[in-house]
Design a protein around this ligand. Sequence first.
Ligand code: PLP
Length: 375
Amino acid sequence: MRRINLDHAATTAVAPEVLTEMAAAWALPGNPSSSHGSGREARALLEKARSTVAGLLHVEPGEVFFTSGGTESDNWALRGMAEGGSRPIAVSAIEHHAVLHTADWLEAQGVPVRRLPVTREGVVDLDALEQALTPDTALVSVMTANNETGVLQPVEQIGALCRERGIPFHTDAVQAVGAVPACELCAHADLVSLSGHKFYGPKGIGALIVRKHVKLHRLLHGGAQERGLRAGTENLAGAVGFAAALALAEAKRPGEAVRLAGLRDRLETQLFNQIPGLMRNGAEPRLPGHSSLRFPVRDGRALLMRLDMAGIDVSSGSACASGSADPSHVLLAMGLSREEALASVRLSLGRDTSEADVDEAAALIVRTVRAMQAG
Ligand code: PLP
């Protein structure tokens, strides 16, 4: 059976151009920390990747720290700023679990945690945020774009509020690459999390951008890699792939964002025209390829299973939580009931999505929903 992938927010396949560059890096024998010729060759490639990333993001190479992915970057940002202290941190209620569960862990260590509410539209409540910003705040963490609804958060305003008060601001921009211009991703925050596999790069490589005025605790003890803050032999092919994928995503971004928004709107229009009672979760502005929809069915879990059997890859929300029977914490934070959250499905389009995919998926979804309503 032909499968239609409408779950690009969970992950993306490595682009062929990226694979080619990675293959050359994998073939190198040297360790970037070795001082001999092979080591220097590997080091040069690693630093070239770092410089490419820095150039695209408009930061300095010394501000780019390669990590194993978005989860590690988020953990490091929060722990690196708050662990061992008693100053509060503030996180939005719709963050990825990589942020929320780290905040829970810090709370158990004695760090006060303020959880910021969001509006019904899925946007962080700026008044509540402003009230939470006491001068002793160690960190504010609000994502650039939500991974379930795709709703873009007001990071420019949040960055300004934090800067006026001298409070460090972290943003998880994992979902925003390829939609938000690369030069804007780090423009408003002091720390920024990124993950390669969300933009057609390899899994297991990410970056934490740490602006140079920020004092961050060491994450891993050992060798002197990543300026002594994250020990361990570097993932050279991963870093090369990350840089190549970021460059490609940025080159494709203007055309691709328009194309994806057009396809997403085409999909939504077909579904809204044929499914009375269908509702959208989250307001504009949102990521061009994202659509979170609430279906008029009693059993949302059965809808997901039936769509899977019909050959459509979709998810109920975050891929990391899709095995769980709990409704999405993002949708609950937006004020949806448990039933409404469970009847919601995230459709996310990507580079390989065609008009034919969208039309076929719409027809299959309509047929599936009607069958469930009839049964
Ligand atoms: N943050 C957001 C917003 C995400 O969507 C994800 C992945 O779904 C992560 C963090 C975790 O990234 P990784 O899978 O690279 O650990």
